[in-house]
Design a protein around this ligand. Sequence first.
Ligand SMILES: Nc1ncnc2c1ncn2[C@@H]1O[C@H](COP(=O)(O)OP(=O)(O)OP(=O)(O)O)[C@@H](O)[C@H]1O
Length: 307
Amino acid sequence: MPSILSISGVEKHYNSGLSALGGVDLEVERGEIFALLGPNGAGKTTLISIVCGTVTMTSGTVLVDGHDIVKDFRAARATIGLVPQEIAIDIFATVWNTVRFSRGLFGRAPDPAYIEQLLRDLSLWEKRDSKIIELSGGMKRRVMIAKALSHEPDLLFLDEPTAGVDVNLRRDMWALVRKLRDKGVTIVLTTHYIEEAEEMADRVGVIDKGRILLVEDTAALMEKLGKRRLKLVLQHAMATIPAELADWPLELQAGGSQLLYTFDANAEGTGIPALLRRLGELGIDFKDLDTERSSLEDIFISLVERS
Ligand SMILES: Nc1ncnc2c1ncn2[C@@H]1O[C@H](COP(=O)(O)OP(=O)(O)OP(=O)(O)O)[C@@H](O)[C@H]1O
Protein backbone atom coordinates (compact mmCIF):
# COMPACT_ATOMS: atom_id res chain seq x y z
CA MET A 1 0.00 0.00 0.00
CA PRO A 2 1.35 3.48 -0.84
CA SER A 3 1.88 5.99 2.02
CA ILE A 4 -1.18 8.03 2.72
CA LEU A 5 0.78 11.20 1.88
CA SER A 6 3.95 11.44 -0.12
CA ILE A 7 5.48 14.83 -0.81
CA SER A 8 8.62 15.17 -2.89
CA GLY A 9 10.62 18.17 -4.02
CA VAL A 10 7.79 20.62 -3.40
CA GLU A 11 8.72 24.24 -3.96
CA LYS A 12 6.56 27.32 -3.79
CA HIS A 13 7.71 30.70 -4.96
CA TYR A 14 5.14 33.47 -4.69
CA ASN A 15 4.97 36.14 -7.39
CA SER A 16 6.31 38.60 -4.85
CA GLY A 17 9.59 36.70 -5.23
CA LEU A 18 9.23 35.16 -1.79
CA SER A 19 10.15 31.51 -1.58
CA ALA A 20 7.69 29.96 0.89
CA LEU A 21 8.82 26.35 0.37
CA GLY A 22 12.28 25.38 -0.79
CA GLY A 23 12.10 21.69 -1.71
CA VAL A 24 10.04 19.78 0.83
CA ASP A 25 10.13 15.97 1.05
CA LEU A 26 7.83 14.26 3.51
CA GLU A 27 6.15 10.88 3.96
CA VAL A 28 3.19 10.55 6.30
CA GLU A 29 2.38 7.01 7.38
CA ARG A 30 -1.09 5.56 7.42
CA GLY A 31 -2.83 5.86 10.78
CA GLU A 32 -0.38 8.20 12.50
CA ILE A 33 -0.83 11.62 14.05
CA PHE A 34 1.83 13.82 12.50
CA ALA A 35 2.60 17.30 13.76
CA LEU A 36 4.18 19.88 11.54
CA LEU A 37 5.89 22.16 13.98
CA GLY A 38 7.27 25.55 13.05
CA PRO A 39 7.18 29.27 13.82
CA ASN A 40 4.92 31.79 12.07
CA GLY A 41 5.70 32.06 8.39
CA ALA A 42 7.59 28.74 8.25
CA GLY A 43 5.41 27.52 5.37
CA LYS A 44 3.02 25.17 7.19
CA THR A 45 -0.18 26.63 5.76
CA THR A 46 1.35 26.87 2.30
CA LEU A 47 2.25 23.17 2.38
CA ILE A 48 -1.22 22.12 3.55
CA SER A 49 -2.86 24.38 0.98
CA ILE A 50 -0.82 22.77 -1.79
CA VAL A 51 -1.86 19.28 -0.69
CA CYS A 52 -5.51 20.37 -0.50
CA GLY A 53 -5.39 22.08 -3.89
CA THR A 54 -5.99 25.69 -2.87
CA VAL A 55 -2.44 26.81 -3.68
CA THR A 56 -0.53 25.65 -6.79
CA MET A 57 3.02 24.48 -6.27
CA THR A 58 5.83 25.82 -8.41
CA SER A 59 7.39 22.36 -8.72
CA GLY A 60 7.31 18.95 -7.07
CA THR A 61 4.96 15.99 -6.68
CA VAL A 62 2.30 15.21 -4.09
CA LEU A 63 0.54 11.84 -3.88
CA VAL A 64 -2.43 11.33 -1.59
CA ASP A 65 -3.18 7.65 -1.13
CA GLY A 66 -1.36 7.12 -4.41
CA HIS A 67 -3.35 9.77 -6.30
CA ASP A 68 -1.38 12.62 -7.86
CA ILE A 69 -2.95 15.87 -6.65
CA VAL A 70 -2.46 17.53 -10.03
CA LYS A 71 -3.34 14.73 -12.45
CA ASP A 72 -5.96 13.06 -10.29
CA PHE A 73 -7.21 15.91 -8.16
CA ARG A 74 -10.76 14.73 -7.47
CA ALA A 75 -9.71 11.33 -6.18
CA ALA A 76 -6.92 12.86 -4.09
CA ARG A 77 -9.16 15.58 -2.65
CA ALA A 78 -11.97 13.14 -1.77
CA THR A 79 -9.52 11.40 0.56
CA ILE A 80 -8.76 14.63 2.45
CA GLY A 81 -10.58 16.59 5.13
CA LEU A 82 -9.30 20.08 5.89
CA VAL A 83 -9.99 22.22 8.92
CA PRO A 84 -8.52 25.58 7.91
CA GLN A 85 -7.33 28.30 10.26
CA GLU A 86 -9.98 30.71 9.08
CA ILE A 87 -13.67 30.08 9.51
CA ALA A 88 -15.22 30.06 6.04
CA ILE A 89 -18.87 28.98 5.91
CA ASP A 90 -22.26 30.24 4.78
CA ILE A 91 -23.46 31.99 7.92
CA PHE A 92 -27.15 31.81 7.03
CA ALA A 93 -27.26 28.03 6.60
CA THR A 94 -28.09 25.71 9.49
CA VAL A 95 -25.51 23.47 11.07
CA TRP A 96 -27.22 20.34 9.80
CA ASN A 97 -27.48 21.58 6.21
CA THR A 98 -23.92 22.86 6.14
CA VAL A 99 -22.47 19.51 7.15
CA ARG A 100 -24.86 17.42 5.06
CA PHE A 101 -24.24 19.57 1.98
CA SER A 102 -20.48 19.35 2.40
CA ARG A 103 -20.68 15.54 2.30
CA GLY A 104 -22.62 15.75 -0.97
CA LEU A 105 -19.93 17.95 -2.52
CA PHE A 106 -17.54 15.02 -2.35
CA GLY A 107 -20.01 12.75 -4.09
CA ARG A 108 -20.81 10.67 -1.03
CA ALA A 109 -24.30 9.23 -0.61
CA PRO A 110 -26.34 10.81 2.23
CA ASP A 111 -25.85 9.15 5.61
CA PRO A 112 -27.91 10.94 8.26
CA ALA A 113 -26.83 8.48 10.98
CA TYR A 114 -23.17 9.28 10.35
CA ILE A 115 -23.81 13.04 10.37
CA GLU A 116 -25.81 12.71 13.59
CA GLN A 117 -22.96 10.85 15.31
CA LEU A 118 -20.47 13.43 14.06
CA LEU A 119 -22.53 16.30 15.44
CA ARG A 120 -22.97 14.47 18.76
CA ASP A 121 -19.21 13.84 19.03
CA LEU A 122 -18.61 17.55 18.52
CA SER A 123 -21.35 18.64 20.99
CA LEU A 124 -23.22 20.22 18.09
CA TRP A 125 -26.30 18.04 18.08
CA GLU A 126 -28.39 20.48 20.12
CA LYS A 127 -27.43 23.22 17.68
CA ARG A 128 -28.22 21.29 14.51
CA ASP A 129 -31.10 23.59 13.52
CA SER A 130 -29.32 26.83 14.45
CA LYS A 131 -27.99 29.09 11.77
CA ILE A 132 -24.20 29.48 11.75
CA ILE A 133 -24.60 33.22 12.37
CA GLU A 134 -26.23 32.47 15.74
CA LEU A 135 -23.27 30.40 16.99
CA SER A 136 -20.33 31.43 19.16
CA GLY A 137 -16.82 31.42 17.71
CA GLY A 138 -16.02 28.07 19.35
CA MET A 139 -19.19 26.51 17.96
CA LYS A 140 -18.30 27.77 14.49
CA ARG A 141 -14.92 26.04 14.80
CA ARG A 142 -16.74 22.83 15.71
CA VAL A 143 -18.86 23.18 12.57
CA MET A 144 -15.67 23.56 10.51
CA ILE A 145 -14.42 20.27 11.96
CA ALA A 146 -17.74 18.52 11.29
CA LYS A 147 -17.67 19.82 7.74
CA ALA A 148 -14.14 18.52 7.20
CA LEU A 149 -15.19 15.08 8.43
CA SER A 150 -18.53 14.97 6.64
CA HIS A 151 -17.27 12.83 3.74
CA GLU A 152 -15.32 10.40 5.97
CA PRO A 153 -11.81 11.33 4.80
CA ASP A 154 -8.83 9.03 5.40
CA LEU A 155 -6.48 11.97 5.91
CA LEU A 156 -7.44 14.94 8.07
CA PHE A 157 -5.53 18.23 8.15
CA LEU A 158 -5.91 20.50 11.13
CA ASP A 159 -4.25 23.87 10.57
CA GLU A 160 -3.40 25.44 13.93
CA PRO A 161 -6.33 23.62 15.55
CA THR A 162 -6.08 25.16 18.99
CA ALA A 163 -5.10 28.74 18.20
CA GLY A 164 -7.64 30.91 20.01
CA VAL A 165 -9.70 27.94 21.11
CA ASP A 166 -11.15 27.55 24.62
CA VAL A 167 -10.28 24.70 26.98
CA ASN A 168 -13.50 22.74 26.35
CA LEU A 169 -13.12 22.76 22.61
CA ARG A 170 -9.47 21.81 22.90
CA ARG A 171 -10.36 18.84 25.09
CA ASP A 172 -13.18 17.71 22.77
CA MET A 173 -10.94 18.17 19.79
CA TRP A 174 -8.15 16.02 21.18
CA ALA A 175 -10.63 13.34 22.21
CA LEU A 176 -12.06 13.36 18.71
CA VAL A 177 -8.62 13.25 17.09
CA ARG A 178 -7.69 10.19 19.15
CA LYS A 179 -10.98 8.51 18.32
CA LEU A 180 -10.44 9.17 14.62
CA ARG A 181 -6.94 7.78 14.81
CA ASP A 182 -8.31 4.65 16.46
CA LYS A 183 -10.64 4.31 13.50
CA GLY A 184 -7.65 4.46 11.15
CA VAL A 185 -7.81 8.11 10.05
CA THR A 186 -4.40 9.73 9.54
CA ILE A 187 -4.08 13.19 11.07
CA VAL A 188 -1.68 15.97 10.14
CA LEU A 189 -1.77 19.01 12.36
CA THR A 190 0.24 22.20 12.28
CA THR A 191 1.21 23.99 15.40
CA HIS A 192 3.79 26.26 16.90
CA TYR A 193 3.25 24.86 20.37
CA ILE A 194 5.74 22.16 21.21
CA GLU A 195 3.48 20.96 24.04
CA GLU A 196 0.72 20.31 21.55
CA ALA A 197 3.00 18.30 19.29
CA GLU A 198 4.34 16.41 22.25
CA GLU A 199 0.92 15.58 23.65
CA MET A 200 -0.77 14.58 20.43
CA ALA A 201 1.67 13.46 17.79
CA ASP A 202 3.31 10.12 17.08
CA ARG A 203 5.88 11.90 14.92
CA VAL A 204 6.95 15.48 14.52
CA GLY A 205 8.37 17.30 11.52
CA VAL A 206 10.11 20.58 12.25
CA ILE A 207 9.80 23.17 9.48
CA ASP A 208 11.46 26.54 9.28
CA LYS A 209 11.86 28.99 6.40
CA GLY A 210 10.24 26.58 3.96
CA ARG A 211 12.48 23.62 4.76
CA ILE A 212 11.96 20.50 6.83
CA LEU A 213 14.76 20.46 9.39
CA LEU A 214 13.99 17.02 10.77
CA VAL A 215 11.34 14.35 11.12
CA GLU A 216 11.44 12.26 14.25
CA ASP A 217 9.39 10.14 16.65
CA THR A 218 7.99 12.56 19.19
CA ALA A 219 9.51 10.81 22.18
CA ALA A 220 12.94 10.65 20.54
CA LEU A 221 12.79 14.32 19.59
CA MET A 222 11.80 15.41 23.06
CA GLU A 223 14.67 13.44 24.49
CA LYS A 224 17.20 14.66 21.98
CA LEU A 225 16.34 18.26 22.43
CA GLY A 226 15.47 17.95 26.07
CA LYS A 227 17.00 21.02 27.60
CA ARG A 228 15.33 21.88 30.85
CA ARG A 229 15.38 24.85 33.12
CA LEU A 230 15.42 24.97 36.86
CA LYS A 231 14.00 28.13 38.34
CA LEU A 232 14.74 29.02 41.93
CA VAL A 233 12.69 31.75 43.57
CA LEU A 234 15.10 33.34 46.03
CA GLN A 235 14.35 34.33 49.59
CA HIS A 236 16.37 37.52 49.08
CA ALA A 237 17.00 39.16 45.71
CA MET A 238 20.61 39.33 44.49
CA ALA A 239 22.27 42.09 42.49
CA THR A 240 24.86 39.80 40.87
CA ILE A 241 25.64 36.10 40.78
CA PRO A 242 28.39 35.29 43.32
CA ALA A 243 31.74 34.23 41.85
CA GLU A 244 31.51 30.97 43.86
CA LEU A 245 28.73 29.88 41.46
CA ALA A 246 30.78 30.41 38.30
CA ASP A 247 30.78 26.65 37.56
CA TRP A 248 27.09 26.72 36.67
CA PRO A 249 25.62 28.68 33.72
CA LEU A 250 23.19 30.74 35.76
CA GLU A 251 21.08 33.74 34.96
CA LEU A 252 19.29 36.17 37.21
CA GLN A 253 15.83 37.33 36.29
CA ALA A 254 12.79 39.09 37.73
CA GLY A 255 14.90 41.85 39.24
CA GLY A 256 17.35 39.43 40.81
CA SER A 257 14.67 37.50 42.70
CA GLN A 258 14.92 34.38 40.52
CA LEU A 259 17.88 32.24 39.57
CA LEU A 260 17.65 30.30 36.32
CA TYR A 261 19.74 27.21 35.58
CA THR A 262 19.58 25.59 32.12
CA PHE A 263 20.73 21.98 31.92
CA ASP A 264 20.65 19.03 29.58
CA ALA A 265 18.06 16.53 30.79
CA ASN A 266 19.94 13.71 29.06
CA ALA A 267 23.37 14.40 30.46
CA GLU A 268 24.94 11.95 32.91
CA GLY A 269 24.35 14.31 35.78
CA THR A 270 22.24 17.44 35.77
CA GLY A 271 24.50 19.26 38.18
CA ILE A 272 21.50 20.15 40.30
CA PRO A 273 22.44 18.40 43.57
CA ALA A 274 25.87 20.04 43.55
CA LEU A 275 24.32 23.42 42.78
CA LEU A 276 21.83 23.11 45.60
CA ARG A 277 24.60 22.06 48.03
CA ARG A 278 26.71 25.02 46.98
CA LEU A 279 23.79 27.40 47.45
CA GLY A 280 23.31 25.96 50.95
CA GLU A 281 26.98 26.49 51.78
CA LEU A 282 26.73 30.09 50.60
CA GLY A 283 23.60 30.66 52.67
CA ILE A 284 21.47 31.43 49.62
CA ASP A 285 17.94 30.34 50.50
CA PHE A 286 15.09 29.85 48.09
CA LYS A 287 11.37 29.63 48.77
CA ASP A 288 10.29 27.78 45.66
CA LEU A 289 11.67 25.80 42.74
CA ASP A 290 10.28 24.75 39.43
CA THR A 291 11.52 23.07 36.26
CA GLU A 292 10.38 23.76 32.76
CA ARG A 293 11.21 22.48 29.30
CA SER A 294 13.02 24.65 26.79
CA SER A 295 10.81 26.51 24.36
CA LEU A 296 10.40 25.81 20.68
CA GLU A 297 12.53 28.85 20.05
CA ASP A 298 15.42 27.31 21.99
CA ILE A 299 14.98 24.14 20.00
CA PHE A 300 15.22 26.02 16.73
CA ILE A 301 18.32 27.79 17.86
CA SER A 302 19.94 24.52 18.80
CA LEU A 303 18.88 22.92 15.50
CA VAL A 304 20.28 25.79 13.46
CA GLU A 305 23.51 25.65 15.47
CA ARG A 306 23.81 21.91 14.78
CA SER A 307 23.29 22.22 11.03
N1 LIG B 1 -0.51 34.62 -1.08
C1 LIG B 1 0.74 34.90 -0.67
N2 LIG B 1 1.51 35.76 -1.36
C2 LIG B 1 2.78 36.03 -1.00
N3 LIG B 1 3.37 35.49 0.10
C3 LIG B 1 2.64 34.64 0.84
C4 LIG B 1 1.30 34.29 0.49
N4 LIG B 1 0.84 33.41 1.41
C5 LIG B 1 1.85 33.22 2.29
N5 LIG B 1 2.93 33.94 1.96
C6 LIG B 1 4.24 33.97 2.65
O1 LIG B 1 4.77 32.64 2.64
C7 LIG B 1 5.46 32.37 3.85
C8 LIG B 1 4.90 31.11 4.50
O2 LIG B 1 3.59 31.39 5.00
P1 LIG B 1 2.66 30.30 5.66
O3 LIG B 1 1.34 30.93 5.92
O4 LIG B 1 2.69 29.07 4.86
O5 LIG B 1 3.42 30.04 7.04
P2 LIG B 1 2.89 29.28 8.33
O6 LIG B 1 4.01 28.42 8.75
O7 LIG B 1 1.59 28.64 8.04
O8 LIG B 1 2.72 30.44 9.37
P3 LIG B 1 1.46 30.79 10.28
O9 LIG B 1 1.61 29.92 11.46
O10 LIG B 1 1.69 32.23 10.56
O11 LIG B 1 0.24 30.53 9.45
C9 LIG B 1 5.31 33.60 4.71
O12 LIG B 1 6.47 34.37 4.59
C10 LIG B 1 4.12 34.31 4.11
O13 LIG B 1 4.21 35.70 4.31
